[in-house]
Design a protein around this ligand. Structure first.
Ligand SMILES: [Fe+2]
Length: 165
């Protein structure tokens, strides 16, 4: 992000997304290990718990904030249907459903670390890893540039303040 101006309205949000990608990489490594060993070690289970905490406490609030300060004003500026607003809003709902399924799968795994429970946790976990990776890329490459062009300055300032560390 070296070429972004310091006061870019999306600088803090892009930094959050980069942190989230690191967390997803850790989750992917744990899932790969469980699939290779057909087992869930104590460290694997700790990392799965941490991933659920991360999704609930860090990721979901950011999606809600994006809906509120980014998608809502952008809908006023460019409309919803046939635009990125609809696509990204739909993806946020898909991510929320994915988090619910992943949380349920990890609970099952904690109760009984069967091969079926490992596979189910892997399925929902890998879905989230891949879907989020693509989602963040879409926001970075398409949604944020559109917002920079089309939103009034006051809306961009509200976005900058909302995600400021
Ligand atoms: Fe998003």
């Amino acid at each position: 992000m070296g070429d972004l101006p310091e006061d870019d309205p999306f600088a803090a949000l892009l930094a959050d997304h980069a942190d989230f990608v690191d967390k997803l990489t850790e989750l992917e490594a744990t899932l790969d290990e469980m699939m290779a060993t057909r087992d869930a070690s104590e460290e694997n289970e700790i990392l799965l718990d941490e991933s659920v905490r991360f999704f609930e406490e860090e990721l979901l609030p950011v999606l809600a904030a994006e809906d509120e300060v980014l998608l809502a004003p952008l809908e006023k500026a460019i409309g919803r249907y046939g635009t990125l607003v609809n696509v990204v809003g739909y993806e946020h709902d898909e991510i929320r459903r994915g988090v619910d399924k992943f949380r349920a799968a990890t609970r099952e795994l904690e109760a009984d670390a069967s091969w079926a429970a490992i596979q189910e946790t892997n399925r929902h976990g890998i879905f989230l890893v891949q879907f989020l990776w693509d989602h963040f890329r879409k926001e970075r490459m398409s949604l944020f540039p559109t917002a920079r062009e089309r939103l009034p300055a006051a809306d961009l300032e509200r976005i900058r303040k909302r995600f400021a560390p």
